[in-house]
Design a protein around this ligand. Structure first.
Ligand SMILES: NC(=O)c1ccc[n+]([C@@H]2O[C@H](COP(=O)([O-])OP(=O)(O)OC[C@H]3O[C@@H](n4cnc5c(N)ncnc54)[C@H](O)[C@@H]3O)[C@@H](O)[C@H]2O)c1
Ligand SMILES: O=P(O)(O)OC[C@H](O)CO
Length: 320
């Protein structure tokens, strides 16, 4: 049975390359010229250069044609997801929709699955998340991800359909925990990058990462997540990767903020919008999330790193 990957960015391309080694996959991109170039070059030079497509991988610019199978992986940026689902409801009805994006919708503060279900309430949905860089997955390096699906039977099916010899999926029914862990780790990665970019040191980064994890747990548990999910790949695992690697765009945005240099505004950096959405949500819930508030201030240019760190350090002393 065919699997469709929607979104010919770095991550969609990496998943398509990896899965096409075990099953029939069609990668759909919205831009016809880009799709034609990928078909001719047998690689995605724009988003994931030097990762050759397996012969079996099909490329299409027609969503109708690409969505012939039953499973559709959605690898568009979080802030584009609602628009994409709205525009393509007819094609997506009756499909099992696996969101592969990380973040919270800025307008509604919803995660990917709730964004989908608001438009297509009867859809079967799941979330694929966890520590992974597109290039690692495409290169066949060993990777462990979380497949979150509220329906256990469907979760088992997807776990088996989407695992490969190098991509090992763990299953959970806790979609809230998996979603919020993946969304909020990007916010903390921006904070860690900012601390490093400003020369505050690795000890400061470790403190920000750890106290950031406490914030992730606080908000996610309030929203119904299980603490064990946050300790897993989708939470702690992805936090560690994203807060410590210059491969991460969220981390690199933070470094640029800390260094006071410009960052390419066209780069997909999910943590920027998510920081604003999470800050709003925390305020509404009356939750203390000072690092998230600081990152919202940094990305909105209301604060600089020294002010943000001063605010964090001058808070009243407390129990851990
Ligand atoms: N790159 C990674 O290493 C990685 C790893 C894990 C998860 N993710 C997640 O995957 C998601 C996508 O990230 P990416 O790295 O592929 O980003 P990217 O910037 O490389 O690509 C995004 C793609 O989405 C397409 N797109 C944007 N709006 C669209 C729309 N309305 N309709 C159809 N297509 C649209 C763009 O044309 C582009 O091809 C993000 O949520 C990210 O957090 C990325
Ligand atoms: O490049 P980033 O910061 O979007 O991170 C990519 C993945 O989410 C890491 O798991």
């Amino acid at each position: 049975m065919n699997i469709t990957v929607v979104g010919a960015g770095a991550f969609g391309t990496a998943l398509a390359i990896c899965l096409s080694k075990i099953t029939a996959v069609t990668l759909w991109g919205r831009n016809g010229e880009h799709a034609a170039a990928m078909r001719q070059d047998r690689e995605n030079r724009a988003r994931l250069p030097n990762c050759a497509f397996p012969d079996a991988l099909e490329i299409s610019a027609s969503l109708q044609e690409a969505c012939a199978g039953d499973i559709v992986l959605l690898a568009v940026p979080m802030q584009q997801l609602k628009h994409f689902i709205d525009q393509n409801q007819a094609v997506l009805t009756q499909k099992t929709l696996v969101a592969c994006c990380k973040g919270m919708d800025l307008e509604s503060e919803l995660g990917p699955l709730d964004v989908i279900l608001r438009v297509l309430p009867d859809s079967q949905t799941a979330l694929l998340t966890g520590p992974s860089f597109a290039r690692d997955i495409a290169s066949g390096l060993p990777t462990g991800l979380t497949l979150a699906c509220a329906d256990e039977a469907m979760g088992r099916i997807l776990q088996h359909r989407l695992s490969t010899p190098t991509l090992r999926l763990y299953r959970t029914q806790d979609t809230v925990g998996a979603s919020l862990g993946g969304a909020l780790k990007n916010v903390i990665a921006i904070a860690c990058g900012a601390a490093m970019g400003a020369g505050l040191g690795e000890s400061a980064r470790a403190a920000v990462m750890t106290r950031g994890f406490a914030e992730i747990q606080r908000l996610a548990v309030e929203k119904g997540a299980q603490p064990g999910t946050l300790a897993g790949l989708s939470g702690f695992g992805d936090l560690v990767l994203t807060c410590t690697s210059t491969q991460s765009r969220n981390y690199r945005l933070g470094v640029s903020i800390g260094e006071g240099v410009d960052f390419d505004p066209t780069t997909t950096v999910e943590g920027a919008a998510t920081a604003k959405a999470a800050h709003k949500m925390a305020q509404k819930e009356g939750l203390d999330m000072p690092i998230t508030a600081a990152v919202a201030g940094l990305v909105e240019n209301r604060l600089d790193v020294q002010e943000a760190m001063q605010r964090l350090l001058s808070r009243s002393l407390k129990e851990e």
